[in-house]
Design a binder for this molecule. Structure first.
Ligand code: ZN
Length: 237
């Protein structure tokens, strides 16, 4: 086998290996998305927060309404006492009148407060509904997406097997020592042990080869490496 034929095989082997790297990376990313959907988690926690805020808003509303009811009752009792003519003592009447006035002022303030908390609870109710809808929508979308992701995962697995078979067949036609050197280089050189020569330059690092270097790559029986990046050079013409 000529040097060019050997490097051509190594180059093709590298193409398969790079494709396998890509397929494995995509599968990994896919597995990650299947396991964790950050967007959905965020929506779930937003909905949960909104629901808790609504509950405490409704509790505040109930308490404000009870306080108002209590005031109404106290006012009614005091007004009855004031107007039923049973209290004759002027001093007592005066203090009763003052008490009724005080309660009326308090009642008016409490009525405002109740309206305020009702508004707030309604706003919380709307927000909770919006969050619930967004979550439901995202969950439905996720269901569909999952189905698509599972289909894609099967496709990737099939493709990976196909490329792996081609790769193994090709590898079996390459000298074992050379294969070992190639594997080691791929690990230390960002997955690229072989660099093609294009326009008289190393495709990887772009260093320009001298005419004698080019000549050696073409005719020498030893594999030639790039003087700059150290990768095995492959010349396909
Ligand atoms: Zn180079």
């Amino acid at each position: 086998m000529s040097t060019t034929q050997v490097t051509a095989r190594l180059f093709q082997l590298q193409q398969f290996d790079l494709e396998l790297d890509r397929l494995i990376a995509e599968q990994q990313a896919l597995t990650n998305s299947l396991q964790a959907n950050a967007g959905l988690r965020k929506l779930r926690s937003e909905y949960e927060t909104a629901r808790q805020q609504l509950q405490s808003g409704l509790q505040t509303q109930k308490e404000a309404e009870w306080a108002l009811e209590d005031l109404n009752n106290r006012l009614k009792t005091q007004e009855e006492r004031l107007y039923n003519g049973k209290v004759g003592n002027p001093k007592e009447l005066q203090s009763l009148q003052q008490e009724v006035q005080r309660l009326r002022a308090q009642q008016s303030r409490q009525e405002d407060k109740v309206l305020e908390v009702i508004d707030a609870a309604e706003a919380l109710q709307e927000m909770t509904q919006r969050k619930a809808q967004a979550l439901k929508q995202a969950e439905d979308d996720w269901q569909q997406e999952c189905a698509a992701l599972l289909v894609r995962r099967d496709q990737l697995e099939a493709k990976q097997q196909e490329v792996q078979t081609k790769r193994d067949n090709l590898a079996s036609s390459i000298n074992a020592e050379l294969l070992k050197r190639y594997d080691t280089m791929r690990r230390t050189k960002q997955g690229r042990a072989i660099s093609k020569i294009e326009q008289n330059s190393c495709q990887w690092c772009r260093v320009i080869l001298t005419p004698s270097e080019l000549q050696r790559v073409r005719i020498n029986s030893e594999l030639q490496t790039c003087t700059n990046c150290g990768r095995i050079l492959y010349y396909d013409r």
